[in-house]
Design a protein around this ligand. Sequence first.
Ligand SMILES: Nc1ncnc2c1ncn2[C@@H]1O[C@H](COP(=O)(O)OP(=O)(O)OP(=O)(O)O)[C@@H](O)[C@H]1O
Length: 542
Amino acid sequence: MDAERVKVAELQGNQLAMSQQLTASRTQEMAQRRELDSASDEIDQLRKRHARELEEQEIDMRKKDREVRELKEDLRMCQHDLERERETVASLKATVSHQSTAHVALTTQISSSQAHQTALQAHLEAEMKAKSDLEAELESMRKRIVELEIETREAETIRRKLHNQVQELKGNIRVFCRVRPLLSSDIPTPDYDPEEEDRRREECKALMVFPDKMDHKEIMLSSSSESATGQERKDEWIFAFDRVFEPHASQAEVFEEISQLAQSCTDGYNVCVFAYGQTGSGKSFTMEGGTTEATVGMIPRAVEQVFREAEQLKSKGWEYKMEGQFLEIYNETINDLLGKADFDRKKHEIKHDAKTGRTTVTDVNVVPLSSPAQVSTLLNFAQSRRSVAATLMNERSSRSHSVFTLRIYGKNSLTGESCDGSLNLVDLAGSERLEKSGAAGDKDRLRETQNINKSLSALGDVIAALGEKGEGKTDKHIPYRNSKLTYLLQNSLSGNSKTLMVLNLSPLASHLNESLCSLRFATKVNNTTIGTAKKQTRVIGP
Ligand SMILES: Nc1ncnc2c1ncn2[C@@H]1O[C@H](COP(=O)(O)OP(=O)(O)OP(=O)(O)O)[C@@H](O)[C@H]1O
């Protein structure tokens, strides 16, 4: 039991200790509970603070998130910008590299340009120097030109005088002889026979010979006949003229010899060119010619030459005015070929102005001319009027004289000189004799032929009288009034006028006698000189 009591005491001591311990524990627990409470308060506070802080942090976080997003966006934008900038940089780099290449090239170019510029500068300076030298030279040339122009004008005046002297030395009356070729119309048709053609050609060759192969001044005609005693008789006639043109001579060759005379017109001289010969001998062909360049005749060529000459003389101060008239003399009556009516019925009178030396014909058309083309229109017009007249009066054109006159008035504004010349181109009526003309039984034809013969012999007489006057017989009467033709041409045949007669011949043996008559008439003219040295001519024959 003691043990028990001891035990109980022990237990009670344990219990007390334990109760003390419990109290202590309780105190401790209380303290701890207080501590716990304060800790829990503290925790609450901490929690609250933490929650607040958390909330603040969340707000902060959200703010930060937004900022991050914004920053990200900014970053993205920046990256985009950066990318773009990079691209720009890359392209700029490429440009820069390109530019630097270009720069290098440009630098090279600039330096070469500078070198070129330097060279150009030097060249320019040299050119400027050359220019000023040239200007000085030009100035001296200008002065020289003015001097030369004066000299040229003086030379032109001298040339005119010399040209005139040359023309005078050649003779103020010249005669050319032109034989036309044998034509197909000369061979009889129908029943054309080539042997007959050959025979005629041989006959022509035997009839006319041109002995002077150098100067072409002679023509020899020969014929053989049987005398009464049965002996063969050969006759030869040699004629010499200023120029003889063989059948093959072209219009250009003939004109070459005449062109000098055309020039005299622009120098203020009167020139007459006559075509003389029997009908069909080639007078119209020589004067008017055909329509082609090769066949065009003396009238258009002379007119062309006068216009050309006038144009050239413009540079020497000459200004020309030209006018033309075209008349026909038929049966001693003047007809105006440029008249308006089909057939000229007006009465025309010839008037000479003693003061001016000008000849005018009343009531005729004088056409101002400014170009050769106008002249050819005028010739065609005259030709058509002649054709009308020809149908009205059988073959009239060959039975009348046609006179184309080109008047040329010139004034030189620089030298004060003036001139007044005329070019008369005359297609004379056929020169056949009465028996050949078939006029014997025809009264009208007889009158025509007598008039033609009268005017042609009047022309011969005037020329012969002019020749005598030129040889010293100063009081010699010149029978200009003996025919309308010579009266019309009075002023163009007298003084120091220049006359050319183109004697046209047919090559046919059947025309021998007509040809001889024509040649004798032309020889009479050729032996005449107006005021200057007489020409040497010879005629041999029966
Ligand atoms: N040199 C020549 N070359 C070629 N044909 C020519 C030549 N001369 C004249 N004829 C020709 O001869 C023919 C007669 O010539 P043209 O009419 O000129 O003679 P004409 O003497 O004027 O005659 P008419 O007195 O009848 O007017 C014409 O057919 C013409 O073409």
